[in-house]
Design a protein. Structure first.
Lengths: 490, 319, 316, 316
C-alpha cells in the first residue's frame, strides 16, 4: 500500500483553479519529485498536504486512513515536515530557537534546557556541513542561503517520516546541494518518504525515484525517473518546445562600468569592469560577499574607499534613486523582504521603480500604468488572472517575473541581477536568458550573480570569482569550466 | 461669503427681533457640561438636577463629552440648540463658550450658566461660586494650620480658567506671609496616582514641607495617599476642594484638614428652577419679558462656599 | 460586484452610514434630518477631519503621530499669543503659527526618519513638550482675538460655515493628490514595504519626514481654525484628539502597519463618529452609557465589516 | 562585550539609570539617596510596573491593549462593590474581581484573535465600555473597605511596603517564565513572525487570546492593589495609565511590531520614568516645565541609545 495517497484534490482560489482533481500516491522510502511550470500548483498541493491550506474537494490518505488537516499542527502530529518555498524563520531569535521552535528540550519541570538546545543544534548544523554558523547567531544576520539551510535543519529536527522540500536549493551552490542530497538519501534509507520540488531538472534526475508532473493544476502523470528523458519531461511540463538559446557573444570593447578597488563592510579591494553588450557572471560560495558588492555599487551600502566610473564619469550613488536615475538597476535576491510589495497589485509593483520615467509630468497616469504592466505581463508570460491581483497570491516564479519586469522597466544600461532565476521554471528561465541576451545585444551590460554554475557558464561572456569578499580570479573562454570556477571559489 | 457680525449687539438685536417661543408642551430641560462622567458632577450637579426633574415632573437630560473637552461641549450645545429644548443649563467651563451661549439665547432658549460665570455672554442668569474665593479660603486655612510659616505646594489641572483663578486666590493670600514659601505648582492631570506620585516626590525633595493644597477632585485623595504612606498623616496639612465621600472620610481620619466645598446641588436645582420660572412666567415683571428685554429671574447668584473640617464632617458623612 | 464593494472599507462604511442615517431619520423625523443638524454635524467634525487627513497620510506610510492634538493646541495658542500680546497682524500671525507647526513636524520627522527614534515615544514626548509650550504661551487661554481672525472660522459661504468648506477642500485636494500624483502614491509603497521602496529609488527617509511635516501642517491649520471658531485659544484644545483621530482613520480603512487606506476614508471615519455622537445627543444618551454604547457600536461595526468580508469573499 | 551590552536595551537603560541616580545623589546628597525616597519611588511605580509586565507580554507578541487603565478601575470598583454592598467575604470578592478582569481579557482576545477585529479599535472601545461600567458600579467611589482588604496593599514586610514585593514578584516570575518555558517563549515567535509561528505548530490565535487574558489579569491585580492602597475604589483610577505603561515598555526595549523585549525592561522603563519625575521635583521643576523637560529627556535618552548602538556596532 502506498504511504501517502492524494485523491481527487481540487483547490480554487479567486480567479484561478490552482488544483484540478489531482490524484497521486507516494511510496514509503521513495524520493518523489514534483515538477511543473510556475503556477502549476505544486506549492498549493504541498500546502494542502502539510495542513496549511484546506482542499475544496478530495482527501489525503496516510497508510490507508483518510485524514483532514485543518492546521499545520495536525500535520506535525503525523510526522510530516515541510521546508517552505518562502522562508519562514523568526529574525529576532537565534538559529537554535528557530530550529527547535515550539519543541525546545525541557527537563521534567518543563524548564527549557538551553545547553541541550544548543548542543542538539550544533549536531544538526554539523550534519548539514554548516558549522560556521553558531547556534546562538541571530537569524537576522544570516544570508538567504544560510537561512535556507537553517530551514532544512528545522524540518530535519522533527525526524519526519514524510519530508516535503519546496525548492530547497534555489539559492544553493553545488556544495550545499551535495550535502543536502546525502542527507536525503540517508533519510530515504531510513524509510522516510520525501517529496521534492525543484526547477533544477538535473537535480531531479540525480535524486528522484519517480517524477509527477503538474500542469495548470492538472496531474499529467507519474513516471519512473529512469524511464523519463529530460526533453520529454520539459515537453510535458511546458507543453511546447523550447527554443535553443541564441548563441554568440555581443561583447564590445566599450567599457560601461569600471569598479576600482572598492572596499566596504564585508568586501575589500574589488575591481572589475563591464563592457557594453556583455554578460558577466559573479560566482562564489554562499556568503562570499557577492550581494554585498552589488549593494554597494547600487548605493544601498556605503563604499569606504575606491572609485566607480560609469559611462566614463565618476559615479557615486548615495541612494538607489541616484543609481536608477543614471540607468542602473539591481534585482535583489530576497524578493519577499526587499523586492516586492507583497500586498500591492501586480500593476503597482511593476511601475514602482520607474514612476518618474514613465510619468514625467509627476501625475500618476492609471491607463498608462495599466498598459505598461499589461505589456510586461505578456512579455514575461505571467500566470495571473489579472493585473489587479495582489503579488502575495502569485506563485513563487511569477513573483520573480514581476520583480524582473519592474526593473527592466527602468531601462537600465547596467543591470545587476542577483539570483535572477531563483524559483523560475525551465520555460521561463529560457525566456529570461533570452531577455538578458537581447539586452546585451542592445548594448547594455549585465552583471549576473548566480549560485547555479551551469547557468553562469551557459550565459556569461566571462566569470569573476569572489571569495571572502575579494576577487580571486576571472575565468574566460575557452577554459571557462566548472572545475576552474570551483577551484578558485574554494 | 457671509462674514460674522462685527459685535455682539447685532446678535442681541437679532434676538429681540425674532424670539421664537419655546414649546411648553414637551417640556424638556437640558444640561450640557463637559467631563460628564466626572464623579463630582454626577453626584452633585447631575443628581440634584435629576431630583428637581422628578419633583417638577418634567423631562431632564444631561449631555456632554466624557472627558474635559471644551470644544466638544460647545459642539454639543450647538447640536442641542437644533433640537429646541425648553431650557438650557450650562456648566460655565471656559470663557470660550460665550459665543454658543449667545447663539442659544438668540434662538430664544432660556439659558442659565452655573459654576463659573461667562463674562462676555448674554446668559439669562448665573449661579455659582467664585473660584478665586475657593483659593483664598484654602490659603487662609493653610495659614492658620501652619501658623503662617513653612513650605507649601499646590496642584490641580493646568490650563483651566476657573482653576487658574483658584490658584491666584491662594497665591494672593500666601504672598502676604513672608515665612511661607511656595515651592511649586504641579499638574496632577485629574488623576489620583499622578497626584500621589507628585506628592511623594515633593515629600522626598522637601521633608520639611508644611502643607499641600489641591484644586481638583482627585488631588485630595492622591495627596492623602502619599502623605499617609509616608507616615506623616496629620503632620502635613492638607486642604483641598470637593466633598466626595472619600474626601469626607479622609477628613474624618484626620489626613485632610479642610475641604473647600461648593454648594453644587444648589447650582443646578435653582438653575433649573430659574429656567422653569422664566418659561412659565412665574413672576411676570412685564407684559412680555423677552420683548421688554428683561429676565424675570436673578441675574447673578453666589451660592457661597462650604467649609468642612473635623468639627462638622460628621454632618456631611451622615447626610 | 457586491463583494468588491463590501471589501473596500470606503464603501462598506459608507453603506453603514447611509443606513444609520436613514433609520435615525425615521425615528427622529423632526430633529435629525434637517439642514441645520447636518451642517452642524459636519461643522463639528471639520477640525477632526482635517487632522484625520494628515493622520491617514501617516498611517498609509506606516507611521502615526500622537502629538497632533498638542499641535492643534499649540498652534492656536501661539497664533493668538502673537496677535494678542504683540499685536502682530493676522496674516503674519497665521504664517508664524503654521510655520511653528511645520517646525514641530520637521523635528518629529527628522528624529524618527533620520535618527531612528521610536515613533511612538518620539511623538508622545512631543505631545507633552508641545502641550507644555501651549500652556506656557497662553496660560489659561486667550480671549478677544481680532475680528479678521475670528472671521476665518465663523464666516459662511452659500449658507454653509467655512470650516466645512475647508474640510471638504482638504479632503478633495488630498484625495486628488493621492490618486493622481507620483509623489503621494509613494506613500503606499513605503507603507507596503519600506525596504523595497528604498531599493526602488524612493527616498524613504525624506518622504517620511515630509509626511510628518504635512500632517503637522494640517494639524496646525486645524488649530487655527478651532481657535478662530471659538474666538479664543485654549491650551486644553485637542486633548485626546490623537486617539479619536486615529480611531476614525482606522475605521476609515487604514491599518497601523501601513500600505492601506484612502483619503475619503478619513472623512467617512470621522463622519461615522460624528453621526454616532449626534444621534446620542438627539436621543439624549449620556453619562457612562455614552461611553459604553459608543464602544459597543465601534466593535459591532468592525465585526460586521469582517463578517461581510468573510461572507462575500467566500461566495465569489 | 561593551557593544553587546549597549545593544541590549535592558543593559543600556540600566546603565543610564545608575548613572543618573549617581549624579543626582551627588547633587542632592541629603534628599535623593535616602531609603524613604527610593522606597517611595518604587511604591509609586509598583502599580504601573505590574500592568507594564502584562503590556510587555503583549508587545512581545506584537499586540497592545489600551483598555488596561480601565480594567484597573473596573476591577478595583467591582471588588469593592461586592464587598461593600453585598458583604461578600474578601477572598471571594478578590476572586470575583480577578475573574471579571479575566473575562474582559477574554473578550478582547477572542474578538481580536478569532474575529480579526482591529486591536487598536477593539481595546479602545473596551476602554470606554469598561470605564463606563466602573462608573456604573461605583458611583461616587466606595469607601470603608474591609480591614483585610486594605491590609493587602498597606502592610509592610521587612520595612518595605507590600506593593513593592508584589511588583518584584511579578517581574521575577514573568522573567523566569519568559526565559525558561516553552509556553511563554512562543510569544517571541508570534511577535517575530506570526506566519512562521503558525507554521511551526504554534496555535497563534489561542496564544494571542491568552496574552490578552494574562495582561488583563495583571491589570486586574493592579486595580485591586491600588484600591487597597487607597482604602477606597475610585472610578477615575488608572486614567491615562495605558499610554504611560506603553511608553515605559517601549523604553524598556519593546517595539510595536513585536518580537523584541524582555520582562525586566518593563520594570526598568517604569523605573526610568519614576526616577525622572522624582528628580524633577527634587530639583524644583514644576508646572508645565515638567512635561516639557520629561519629553526632552525621553527623546534624548532614545537618541543616546541609538547613537551608542550605531557607534559600537560600527566598531565591532
Ligand atoms: N492565496 C492565493 N490566492 C489566490 N491565488 C493563489 C493563492 N495562492 C496561490 N495562488 C495561485 O494558484 C496557482 C498555483 O500556485 P502555486 O504557488 O501552487 O504554484 P507553484 O506550482 O508552486 O509555482 P512556482 O513554481 O512558481 O512556485 C497560481 O496561479 C497562483 O497565482
Ligand atoms: N545583515 C547582516 N548582518 C550580518 N551579517 C550578514 C548580514 N547579511 C549578510 N551577512 C553575512 O555576510 C556575508 C556575505 O553575504 P552575501 O549575502 O553577500 O553573500 P553572497 O556571496 O551574496 O552569497 P549568497 O547570496 O549566495 O548567500 C555572509 O557571511 C553573511 O552571513
Ligand atoms: Mg511554489
Ligand atoms: Mg547573495
Amino acid at each position: 500500500m502506498p504511504h501517502i495517497v492524494l485523491s481527487h484534490i481540487t483547490k480554487q482560489f479567486p480567479g484561478v483553479k490552482a488544483l484540478d482533481d489531482v490524484s497521486m500516491s507516494i511510496e514509503q522510502g521513495e524520493i518523489h519529485a514534483l515538477c511543473g511550470e510556475n503556477g502549476a500548483g505544486k506549492s498549493t498541493l504541498m500546502n494542502i498536504l502539510s495542513g496549511n491550506l484546506q482542499p475544496d474537494n478530495g482527501g489525503i490518505f496516510l497508510d490507508g486512513t483518510n485524514l483532514r488537516f485543518s492546521n499545520p499542527q495536525q500535520a506535525f502530529a503525523h510526522n510530516i515536515a515541510i521546508v517552505y518555498q518562502h522562508l519562514s524563520l523568526v529574525d529576532s531569535l537565534s538559529v537554535a530557537e528557530n530550529i527547535f521552535a515550539n519543541q525546545q528540550p525541557v527537563n521534567k519541570w518543563g524548564i527549557i534546557q538551553f545547553d541541550a538546545l544548543n548542543h542538539q543544534t550544533s549536531l544538526l548544523l554539523k550534519q548539514l556541513n554548516i558549522e560556521e554558523i553558531s547556534p546562538r547567531t541571530l537569524v537576522a544576520e544570516l544570508s538567504p542561503a544560510q537561512r535556507q539551510m537553517v530551514e532544512i535543519a528545522k524540518a530535519l529536527s522533527k525526524q519526519p517520516s514524510i519530508l516535503i522540500l519546496d525548492e530547497p536549493t534555489a539559492s544553493f551552490t553545488d556544495k550545499e546541494t551535495r550535502t543536502l542530497f546525502d542527507i536525503l538519501k540517508t533519510l530515504k534509507k531510513g524509510g522516510a518518504s520525501i517529496i521534492y520540488i525543484s526547477h533544477r531538472l538535473e537535480e531531479i534526475f540525480v535524486l528522484a525515484d519517480r517524477i509527477s508532473i503538474l500542469k495548470d493544476g492538472k496531474h499529467q502523470g507519474t513516471f519512473n525517473a529512469s524511464e523519463l528523458k529530460k526533453d520529454e519531461l520539459i515537453t510535458k511540463m511546458v507543453g511546447r518546445e523550447l527554443k535553443a538559446l541564441r548563441a554568440g557573444s555581443t561583447r564590445t570593447t566599450e567599457t560601461l562600468l569600471v569598479v576600482k578597488n572598492i572596499s566596504g563592510s564585508r568586501f575589500s579591494n574589488v575591481s572589475f569592469s563591464l563592457h557594453q553588450g556583455e554578460i558577466v557572471g559573479l560566482a562564489g560560495l554562499i556568503g562570499a560577499g557577492r550581494s554585498e558588492i552589488a549593494r554597494a555599487i547600487f548605493g544601498i551600502d556605503k563604499i569606504r574607499s575606491g572609485e566607480i566610473l560609469f559611462h566614463d564619469k565618476p559615479f557615486h550613488a548615495d541612494h538607489p534613486a541616484a543609481a536608477i536615475r543614471e540607468r542602473m538597476a539591481y534585482v535583489t535576491e530576497d524578493r519577499k523582504n526587499q523586492g516586492l510589495f507583497q500586498e500591492m497589485t501586480i500593476e503597482e509593483n511593476i511601475v514602482a521603480a520607474s514612476l518618474p520615467f514613465v510619468m514625467k509630468s509627476g501625475f500618476y497616469d492609471r491607463s498608462k500604468a495599466r498598459q505598461i504592466s499589461a505589456d510586461s505581463k505578456n512579455r514575461f508570460r505571467m500566470a495571473a488572472s489579472d493585473l489587479q491581483q495582489r503579488v502575495i497570491n502569485l506563485s513563487g516564479g511569477n513573483q520573480q517575473k514581476v520583480m524582473l519586469a519592474k526593473w527592466l522597466l527602468t531601462q537600465p544600461d547596467v543591470l545587476i541581477i542577483d539570483e535572477p532565476t531563483h524559483g523560475i521554471d525551465i520555460g521561463a528561465k529560457y525566456e529570461i536568458y533570452e531577455i538578458l541576451k537581447t539586452l546585451a545585444a542592445e548594448g547594455k551590460a549585465i552583471l549576473m550573480i548566480s549560485s547555479e554554475l551551469p547557468e553562469l557558464l551557459g550565459l556569461c561572456d566571462r566569470i569573476i570569482v569572489v571569495k571572502k569578499g575579494t576577487v580571486v580570479g576571472e575565468v574566460v573562454p575557452p577554459d571557462m569550466t566548472e572545475e576552474k570556477v570551483i577551484r578558485l571559489a574554494t | 461669503c457671509e462674514l460674522p457680525p462685527r459685535n455682539q449687539s447685532a446678535a442681541v438685536a437679532a434676538r429681540a427681533s425674532n424670539p421664537e417661543p419655546v414649546s411648553i408642551d414637551n417640556e424638556e430641560y437640558v444640561m450640557v457640561t463637559t467631563a460628564v462622567t466626572m464623579p463630582m458632577y454626577v453626584n452633585h450637579d447631575q443628581a440634584a438636577f435629576r431630583r428637581w426633574g422628578k419633583k417638577m415632573n418634567v423631562k431632564v437630560s444631561i449631555l456632554g463629552p466624557a472627558e474635559w473637552d471644551v470644544p466638544a461641549q460647545i459642539n454639543t450645545i450647538e447640536e442641542v440648540i437644533g433640537t429646541r429644548p425648553t431650557g438650557l443649563l450650562i456648566n460655565g467651563t471656559d470663557p470660550a463658550i460665550a459665543q454658543v451661549i449667545n447663539k442659544a439665547v438668540a434662538a430664544g432658549i432660556p439659558t442659565v450658566v452655573y459654576d463659573s460665570d461667562i463674562p462676555g455672554s448674554n446668559r439669562h442668569a448665573f449661579l455659582g461660586t467664585d473660584w478665586y474665593e475657593i483659593g483664598r479660603m484654602q490659603g487662609e486655612e493653610m495659614v492658620k494650620l501652619t501658623g503662617g510659616k513653612g513650605k507649601i505646594a499646590y496642584m490641580g489641572i493646568l490650563g483651566l480658567t476657573n482653576m487658574d483663578q483658584g490658584f491666584q486666590g491662594l497665591l494672593d493670600v500666601l504672598k502676604k506671609y513672608p515665612d511661607i514659601e511656595v515651592i511649586g505648582k504641579y499638574d496632577d492631570k485629574a488623576n489620583v496616582e499622578e497626584a500621589a506620585k507628585i506628592t511623594s516626590d515633593v515629600l522626598a525633595a522637601h521633608p520639611d514641607i508644611a502643607g499641600f493644597c489641591g484644586f481638583d477632585s482627585n488631588s485630595g485623595p492622591g495627596i492623602a495617599l502619599a502623605v499617609r504612606e509616608a507616615g506623616k498623616a496629620g503632620k502635613i496639612k492638607i486642604t483641598t476642594v470637593d466633598w466626595e465621600p472619600e474626601h469626607l472620610q479622609l477628613v474624618k481620619d484626620g489626613v485632610i484638614q479642610m475641604l473647600a466645598g461648593q454648594k453644587r446641588e444648589l447650582f443646578t436645582w435653582y438653575g433649573a428652577q430659574f429656567l422653569y420660572d422664566m418659561v412659565h412666567h412665574t413672576n411676570p415683571l412685564a407684559q412680555n419679558d423677552a420683548r421688554a428685554g428683561i429676565t424675570s429671574v436673578p441675574y447673578i447668584i453666589n451660592t457661597g462656599l462650604l467649609k468642612i473640617t473635623a468639627e462638622n464632617v460628621d454632618e456631611f458623612i451622615n447626610r | 460586484m457586491i463583494n468588491k464593494i463590501l471589501q473596500d472599507r470606503v464603501y462598506s462604511l459608507g453603506l453603514v452610514l447611509v443606513t444609520t442615517a436613514l433609520i435615525t431619520s425615521l425615528v427622529f423625523p423632526s430633529t435629525f434630518p434637517t439642514f441645520e443638524n447636518f451642517s452642524q454635524i459636519l461643522l463639528n467634525l471639520s477640525i477632526d477631519t482635517i487632522v484625520a487627513v494628515g493622520m491617514m497620510l501617516l498611517l498609509i506610510s506606516g507611521a502615526f503621530d500622537l502629538s497632533v492634538g498638542s499641535i492643534v493646541a499649540f498652534t492656536g495658542c501661539f497664533t493668538a499669543y502673537l496677535m494678542h500680546f504683540f499685536n502682530i497682524p493676522v496674516p503674519l500671525a497665521l504664517a508664524a503659527g503654521m510655520l511653528s507647526a511645520l517646525c514641530i513636524g520637521l523635528t518629529n520627522g527628522y528624529l524618527i526618519a533620520y535618527q531612528n527614534i521610536n515613533p511612538m515615544i518620539q511623538t508622545l514626548a512631543m505631545m507633552g513638550i508641545i502641550r507644555g509650550c501651549a500652556l506656557l504661551v497662553s496660560g489659561a487661554g486667550i480671549q478677544n482675538l481680532p475680528y479678521w481672525f475670528n472671521a476665518i472660522g465663523q464666516s459662511k459661504l452659500l449658507g454653509i460655515q467655512m470650516p466645512i468648506w475647508y474640510m471638504l477642500a482638504t479632503v478633495g485636494i488630498f484625495t486628488f493628490l493621492f490618486n493622481k500624483t507620483i509623489f503621494f502614491r509613494r506613500y503606499y509603497y513605503i507603507g507596503g514595504n519600506e525596504k523595497a521602496a528604498d531599493l526602488s529609488g524612493i527616498h524613504v527617509r525624506k518622504m517620511k519626514m515630509f509626511a510628518f511635516m504635512i500632517s503637522a501642517l494640517l494639524a496646525g491649520f486645524a488649530g487655527i481654525l478651532l481657535s478662530s471658531r471659538l474666538g479664543a485659544a485654549l491650551p486644553t484644545m485637542g486633548r485626546g484628539l490623537e486617539l479619536r483621530v486615529i480611531t476614525a482613520v482606522i475605521l476609515g480603512g487604514a491599518t497601523l502597519t501601513g500600505g492601506y487606506g484612502k483619503i475619503p476614508g478619513a472623512l467617512l471615519g470621522a463622519l461615522f463618529m460624528g453621526l454616532i455622537a449626534n444621534i446620542m445627543v438627539i436621543s439624549r444618551i449620556s453619562g457612562y452609557w455614552q461611553e459604553i454604547i459608543l464602544g459597543l457600536i465601534l466593535i459591532a461595526t468592525l465585526w460586521l465589516d469582517k463578517y461581510l468580508q468573510r461572507k462575500y469573499s467566500a461566495i465569489s
